[in-house]
Write a protein that binds this ligand. Structure first.
Ligand SMILES: C[S@@+](CC[C@H](N)C(=O)[O-])C[C@H]1O[C@@H](n2cnc3c(N)ncnc32)[C@H](O)[C@@H]1O
Length: 262
């Protein structure tokens, strides 16, 4: 089983960068939690680390070499293009169809940048999020704090989804109540001949974490822990993760495979 010990996981790969504004203690504590170096922007040798975490423009950002000077990737808490801005948003797209008409409770076991999770949350499902990369979990925690502060969240008295940091293969077995649906979007190896350029955030995620080689184990854990169904998001070229699905819903260059529990 993969270990998530940050002290060894990020050696030489990631540091926390403090740029001189805001509370340096927060950055130091973040570096301690992840067991990575703490660097000041004035120091030399910043180019030695491929990735940094840094508070910039009101949010925690992941920087690669290209983004070191400005910008950064963070959990985007704004609705997607074309998504209705009311809450709950209508459950009409391929993802909602795959989650199922009677589904109320969903566990996203591979939360990543939280984009699917936040869409699921905005459609009004009761959602629990799991993420095993401590770096992504820090970025998600910051994103969910920013979500909680949004006007519409406060007006409707909504709480952001609960986030568990750890390996879903273990955590799913500890759920007190089986959810209606467990949602999986693990990292698949890229197609050799690319048909569409993946988003920068997904490219960086792959560089940082690599492929998820224990997808089959995760699928088995999800089938054991779900109350009713497991939904797997796959690129359209990938074989179905759990064999022939009960149903499949197609999006742009992707599929949602549905596995019903007997
Ligand atoms: C392709 S990304 C998910 C992207 C996400 N659906 C989104 O909308 O941003 C896969 C994520 O799942 C996480 N992951 C993979 N296997 C996991 C496991 N067994 N437990 C928890 N997280 C896992 C990885 O660390 C990575 O962040």
């Amino acid at each position: 089983m993969e270990t998530t010990n940050p002290a060894t996981a990020y050696s030489g790969k990631l540091a926390v960068l403090f740029e001189g504004t805001g509370d340096s203690l927060l950055s130091q504590q973040l570096a301690e939690r992840l067991a990575v170096p703490f660097k000041q922007a004035s120091e030399s040798g910043l180019e030695n680390y491929p990735f940094y975490l840094c508070w910039r423009e009101g949010g925690l950002k992941l920087l690669d070499k290209e983004l070191l000077k400005k910008g950064g990737l963070s959990v985007d808490v704004e609705p997607r293009n074309g998504e209705q801005r009311s809450w709950p948003a209508p459950k009409i797209d391929a993802l909602a169809q795959a989650l199922g008409r009677k589904t109320q409770t969903v566990v996203d076991a591979t939360t990543g940048w939280g984009q699917d999770s936040l869409h699921i949350f905005r459609m009004g499902y009761q959602l629990l999020c799991i993420e095993r990369s401590p770096i992504m979990a820090e970025l998600l925690a910051d994103g969910f704090n920013r979500l909680a502060a949004l006007d519409w969240m406060q007006r409707l008295n909504l709480q952001p989804p609960t986030l568990l940091s750890g390996n879903a293969i273990e955590l799913l077995a500890t759920l007190a109540t089986p959810p209606d649906c467990i949602y999986l979007d693990p990292m698949f190896p890229p197609k050799r001949k690319k048909s569409a350029l993946p988003k920068k955030s997904m490219l960086v995620l792959r560089d940082l974490l690599g492929d998820d080689h224990d997808k089959e184990q995760l699928f088995a854990a999800a089938m054991a822990a779900t109350g009713k169904r497991v939904v797997v998001k796959s690129p359209d070229y990938a074989e179905p993760l759990g064999g022939k699905p009960s149903d499949s819903f197609h999006g742009k260059l992707l599929r949602y495979d549905v596995y019903l529990k007997n």
